[in-house]
Write a protein that binds this ligand. Structure first.
Ligand code: UT7
Length: 321
């Protein structure tokens, strides 16, 4: 016994930034960003807060599931960092929803949604939950180095949520990690004070070796998809939709080409949202659900990779009408 997805929800901040807007402060162009990544615009939190968008995505997911906050046995929030270091974002969401259940954050970089699904599966298998709310909410804009053209154009903010209920739709879920700092790092701290000072100026901001992460991403996605379909006793042809982490259109195209699968099976939101880290797959899932693109019985393969380094994949049968 594992789970089935009974509801999805999402929330994007109102403020959008076009590729051309970056040309005002870094040496870049719409043409470079579009051809190298496929990204055209992204949303940044300006007039909202991270907890507000997380709550809105969660409320929509609960409504879509036809369940109340009081029905939840756990709230799991995947985020690089919540609104505050403490309390956790999950606790802020729990309070705002009026839920009465345990709540905690997990950080697995862009693979956070897969890690949350894996953790939730263990709760269901242990008989510890009937309903779990997962909300993935990210505010990467807080960590971007606006002088670094190779990273500031790539990311966006957003929140996506799912409600999971006891069921049998999970065919496989896998997660993995290979800890390292050098290719992708968000220190997120400024250590200065009367007794010490930080020598690195931009120590709190995101830095990435894009080429190395690109290679890691292409290999990981390929390996994970192959392993996941094998675990589930399927082939890639049996999969109706591949929902891959939305970091770069070229990474998705590479997976599609290697798998010899049609473009329609690889929906995307990177053009409109950029890379929203852990929120990218649940945002995409909600869009497909709201647009009635998913049919009961569809096989969905989810696959993500990211900072940590981490990765994860999952195959789920869609059971909603
Ligand atoms: O979710 C977390 C995981 N992150 C990712 O998956 C990101 C993976 N990596 C990527 O998506 C790509 O590596 C990038 C989009 C980050 C970069 O694309 P690339 O084709 O690998 O470019 P590159 O890093 O090899 O850079 C090529 C050139 C460089 O100039 P030179 O050295 O050839 O003169 C860069 O300085 O492009 C330059 N460049 C830019 N030019 C204009 C880098 N960023 C920009 C920019 N505008 N924004």
């Amino acid at each position: 016994m594992s789970f089935t997805i009974t509801g999805t929800g999402s929330c994007l901040p109102a403020f959008t930034v076009q590729n051309d807007d970056f040309t005002k402060f870094v040496d870049t162009s719409d043409e470079w960003i579009t051809t190298r990544t496929g990204i055209r615009r992204r949303h940044f939190i300006k007039d909202e807060t991270l907890s507000q968008i997380a709550v809105e995505a969660s409320q929509k997911a609960l409504e879509n599931a036809g369940l109340a906050a009081a029905d939840m046995d756990l709230i799991l929030c995947a985020t690089l960092q919540g609104e505050d270091v403490s309390p956790s974002l999950a606790c802020l969401v729990q309070a705002e929803l009026g839920a009465n259940c345990p709540a905690f954050d997990l950080n697995a970089g862009c693979s956070g949604f897969l890690y949350a699904l894996h953790s939730a599966a263990a709760y269901f298998r242990a008989g510890m939950a009937n309903h779990i709310l997962i909300v993935c909410a990210e505010q990467l804009s807080r960590f971007l180095d606006w002088k670094d053209r190779s990273t500031c154009v790539l990311f966006g903010d957003g929140a996506g949520a799912v409600v999971l209920s006891r069921g049998d739709s999970l065919l496989t879920v896998r997660t993995g990690a290979r800890g390292q700092r050098e290719n992708l790092q968000v220190p997120g701290r400024n250590v200065s004070g009367p007794f010490w000072h930080d020598t690195e100026k931009s120590r709190s901001l995101l830095s990435m070796n894009g080429r190395e992460i690109f290679k890691f991403a292409v290999t990981t996605v390929q390996n994970e998809i192959e392993s996941a379909v094998k675990d589930a006793g399927l082939t890639a042809d049996d999969v109706d939709y591949f929902l891959l982490h939305q970091a770069n259109g070229r990474i998705i195209d590479s997976a599609r080409t290697r798998l010899h699968q049609p473009e329609e099976k690889f929906p995307g939101n990177y053009e409109e949202c950029g890379n929203t880290s852990a929120a990218s797959i649940p945002l995409l899932l909600d869009e497909l659900n709201r647009n009635h693109r998913l049919k009961k019985g569809d096989i969905l393969l989810l696959c993500a990779f990211g900072a940590g380094l981490t990765w994860g994949s999952c195959i789920i049968r869609w059971e909603k009408n």
